[in-house]
Design a binder for this molecule. Structure first.
Ligand code: ZN
Length: 493
């Protein structure tokens, strides 16, 4: 009987070995930023998971030879506005397997999740939008309920007006809070606050929104209240405001695109974050490797005072695609238009970006949307310019900034994030295979949707989205990443 057992076990296990994996990535330089693994290994993928990482040969139904290439966890972009297929396609060629709208959030979480299901190349998710909740409560909803729904940044930001510029009453604040709770119940990954787009929100309103996040043990992602050096209302003050709100409420805080908000004071802003972290606060940040930002011209970001705060002129504002530099008259026409128009803002220096990207606090996030090359080129550009050319970041550190750091941030929102950003047995099979010698961004301000080159294979949940540099057709393996926003305590400080 025991003998038979051995025989059965032997036959079964050799049978299993012979076709054990759905896909094998063979002979690549496998990097895992959490364990420090950086060695030639074979990776066996089964049922959407990384089943085996081994120096021994593995056999799969399909085997791709990836010698000389880096095999890393797929990049996680915490800040991606463009959620349509054209943007997802260029994200995939940039190595991104998960792209989340965390800065502002979408106007309607249920609707977003329904629209994306089965139609997404890469993994997706969103925060609950304070900007949208406020607009809704003020009676001028954005998104699908708006008269002219639009995609990208222009689909999530309101035109400046009472909903952005006026203070909310206590009753309105309660209703905004309730809307955010409902959106968290729908699977939002935290609360997104574009405070600069709702300048009417008082300090107390901001704290009250952080309280909602804290009661659900969820983070707040925020575009802070202002940029520039002019006091009162400097970027330093704006960083203080949200660090204060995090300290008061206990909600984890993520400050988005510190490069384009803090501009010439980015190092000072990073030192404020460093100080808060040293005092035990959960504060993180991100940056993208471009000197220009992009936003919507008729948003409240361009309320009076923007030129003085940014220290720029009308001609530093440039329309994507046409390259038109604005004049005062053209600016006023577009700022007051009800039609949304994206605009590039040239307000930073290459020196500041070069100092920011390697900083150990910085994770990489693109702030991507059609119109700005950051949508298509952010990750390849960091690997090309800072790892390969300037050599100011090691490949391991760059991969950590693109994978493990955002995954660890996401763990505040969902335990599912433990399976992301790692190349380990048992982790989700979201994998990028790229050539470290040739990976490069191709997108420019003139041609912002040019896909990057150098990503050879891209695996999303075990499915090949890019194979041998070519994108598969009609395959949509992207899954929703949902927050665990159940009401866990009544922590109302
Ligand atoms: Zn922003």
């Amino acid at each position: 009987m025991r003998m038979l057992g051995y025989v059965v076990f032997f036959v079964f296990s050799s049978f299993a070995l012979a076709q054990q994996y759905d896909l094998v990535l063979e002979g690549g330089r496998v990097m895992d930023p959490e364990t420090g693994l950086d060695a030639v290994r074979n990776v066996g993928i089964k049922d959407g998971k990384i089943a085996r990482i081994s120096a021994e040969p593995l056999s799969g139904r399909k085997t791709l030879r990836v010698a000389g290439l880096v095999v890393a966890p797929g990049f996680i972009d915490l800040h991606q506005h463009g959620q349509e297929l054209a943007s997802q396609r260029v994200k995939a060629f940039d190595g991104v397997t998960t792209a989340l709208e965390m800065e502002i959030g979408v106007p309607d979480v249920d609707r977003f999740l329904k629209d994306k299901q089965g139609r997404s190349l890469i993994n997706y998710g969103t925060t609950a939008s304070h900007v949208a909740a406020r607009s809704l409560i003020f009676g001028s909803p954005i998104g699908a309920e708006a008269p002219n729904p639009q995609a990208g940044i222009t689909g999530i930001l309101p035109k400046h007006g009472p909903a952005t510029d006026e203070a909310a009453t206590p009753d309105q604040i309660q209703r905004i809070q309730q809307r955010l709770r409902d959106e968290l119940n729908s699977g939002a990954l935290g609360i997104g606050m574009g405070i600069q787009y709702t300048p009417g929100a008082t300090r107390l309103e901001v704290i009250d929104m952080f309280r909602v996040a804290a009661e659900r043990k969820m983070p707040v992602y925020t575009h802070i209240r202002s940029f520039g050096r002019k006091e009162p209302g400097s970027a330093i003050e704006a960083v203080e405001e949200v660090i204060g709100a995090a300290a008061i409420t206990g909600a984890p805080l993520h400050i988005v695109h510190i490069n384009s908000t803090c501009l010439h004071d980015t190092m000072e802003c990073l030192s404020l974050i460093e100080g808060a972290r040293t005092r035990g606060l959960d504060v993180t940040t991100e940056a993208y490797p471009y000197i220009a930002g992009m936003t919507q011209l008729n948003s409240a970001l361009f309320n009076p005072g923007w030129k003085e705060r940014l220290g720029i002129e009308y001609s530093n504002l440039v329309l994507p695609n046409t390259g038109e530099h604005l004049t005062k008259a053209r600016f006023e026409e577009l700022h007051n238009s009800s039609q949304a128009q994206d605009v590039l803002i040239f307000a930073n220096t290459q020196e500041m970006i070069d100092a920011t990207i390697p900083n150990s606090l910085i994770m990489i996030a693109s702030d991507g949307a059609d119109g700005h090359p950051r949508n298509a080129g952010t990750y390849s550009r960091v690997l090309a310019q800072y790892v390969r050319e300037k050599k100011t970041i090691s490949l391991t550190d760059a991969v950590r900034k693109m994978t493990l750091m955002p995954a660890q941030m996401l763990e505040r929102s969902t335990p599912a994030a433990h399976g992301k950003g790692r190349l380990q047995e048992g982790a989700d099979a979201d994998i990028v295979v790229f050539d470290p010698q040739t990976i490069s961004d191709r997108a420019t301000f003139e041609k912002p949707m040019e896909p990057s080159v150098g990503v050879r294979e891209l695996v999303v949940g075990g499915t090949l989205v890019i194979e041998n540099g070519k994108m598969a057709t009609d395959i949509y393996p992207g899954r929703a990443i949902l927050g665990s926003g159940k009401n866990t305590s009544a922590n109302t400080n």
